[in-house]
Write a protein that binds this ligand. Structure first.
Ligand SMILES: Cc1cc2nc3c(=O)[nH]c(=O)nc-3n(C[C@H](O)[C@H](O)[C@H](O)COP(=O)(O)OP(=O)(O)OC[C@H]3O[C@@H](n4cnc5c(N)ncnc54)[C@H](O)[C@@H]3O)c2cc1C
Length: 309
């Protein structure tokens, strides 16, 4: 259970598989070996101030002038943009085109002139995501990844892979493991029926989460894109993560609120950090509400009824 979860999430999980599915031979040759050798890093530029769950509302433009796209606009919540070598960018390539058929994906070197990265701090005070601004950024058209104006559909399968990892369950595993030990070592806690009930509930959910993750892995192994499987797994596991943080900080009381960095912090402040970090997990990569929509529509085949109900 202590093995590293990933080296470079975006490269391995999303950009690599996306290039394998949609990239030209030239792009595959240029980027795949470097991703596999961990020589380059990517960030993902999908979300904008007015385009989050509604990916089709992306308004950052890329207009073709000769052999070059000229990119203008803004992305937000861009994780790791301050460290990444490249950004995998969703852009509007046909402003007059029909919704869902006007977006494309393009790989952009973060060192190009016209790119500005501004930090955003999360509620723990950590700088992990950013705003990224594009002011007449010039990119050769050979960096277009996949078919022009098919970007929306490409993104749909990419986010399935983003949601398909075990990290949502396992990133907080040390919190669960430490909580078990803490309760076991304190007789008054381990004999408290309310606490036994809470930790047993967590164990049930952890085991169910594991099976959901295995189901996603099995689906990928069959050569199937894990759509509803990944949505179910992410929805369940992120809810578990939040519950784990709540239960752990409640049981530790005041000590559970001490952040990392203070001397004698119990479990290095993991519990408090997990409590503050976990709300973001039900938002990133598709909110729980949106995922339930995926399960209901693409999973169960339910349709939206237009007009009066
Ligand atoms: C930690 C973190 C890292 C992130 N990293 C990146 C990144 O690297 N790159 C990137 O591009 N983006 C990133 N994001 C952004 C993330 O993808 C968006 O926050 C997410 O898609 C939701 O968009 P939004 O914040 O605009 O909320 P909105 O889409 O405005 O949603 C607001 C609320 O409305 C609900 N809602 C919206 N639409 C529906 C619907 N159809 N049905 C039911 N409810 C709905 C949502 O569930 C939510 O509760 C990151 C976010 C977080 C929290």
């Amino acid at each position: 259970f202590q093995a590293p979860l990933m080296y470079h999430f975006f490269g391995e999980r999303q950009i690599g598989p996306s290039l394998m599915h949609f990239g030209s031979e030239e792009l595959k040759q240029e980027f795949l070996p470097k991703i596999a050798n961990a020589e380059i890093s990517f960030c993902l530029g999908i979300s904008e101030p007015d385009a989050g769950s509604d990916v089709a509302a992306v308004s950052t433009t890329a207009s073709l002038h000769g052999d070059y796209y000229i990119i203008n606009g803004q992305k937000t919540w861009t994780t790791n943009a301050h460290n990444a070598d490249y950004i995998w960018l969703l852009v509007l390539t046909d402003p007059e085109g029909p919704k869902y058929e006007n977006l494309s994906e393009i790989i952009v070197d973060m060192k190009l002139p016209g790119i500005t990265v501004r930090p955003l701090y999360n509620m723990i005070g950590v700088h992990c995501f950013n705003e990224v601004f594009f002011d007449n950024v010039k990119v050769h058209k050979r960096y277009l990844a996949g078919e022009k104006n098919r970007g929306f559909y490409q993104v749909l399968s990419q986010v399935d892979y983003e949601r398909a990892g075990i990290e949502r369950l396992m990133q907080n595993y040390p919190v669960l493991a430490n909580l078990r030990t803490y309760i076991k070592e304190d007789r008054s806690l381990s004999s408290d029926s309310l606490i036994r009930d809470q930790i047993a509930d967590l164990e049930i959910e952890f085991e169910v989460g594991k099976l959901l993750c295995y189901n996603v892995a099995w689906t990928i192994d069959q050569g199937i894109i894990p759509n509803k499987e990944a949505a179910i797994s992410k929805c369940f596991c992120t809810r578990f993560e939040q519950k784990l943080g709540n239960v752990a900080t409640n049981i530790l009381g005041v000590q559970g609120q001490v952040m990392p960095g203070f001397s004698e912090t119990p479990f290095n402040g993991d519990m408090a950090e997990s409590y503050l970090w976990n709300p973001s997990c039900t938002i990133q990569g598709g909110t729980s509400e949106v995922l339930k929509g995926v399960i209901a529509t693409r999973g169960l085949g339910l349709t939206f009824k237009k007009g009066k109900s």
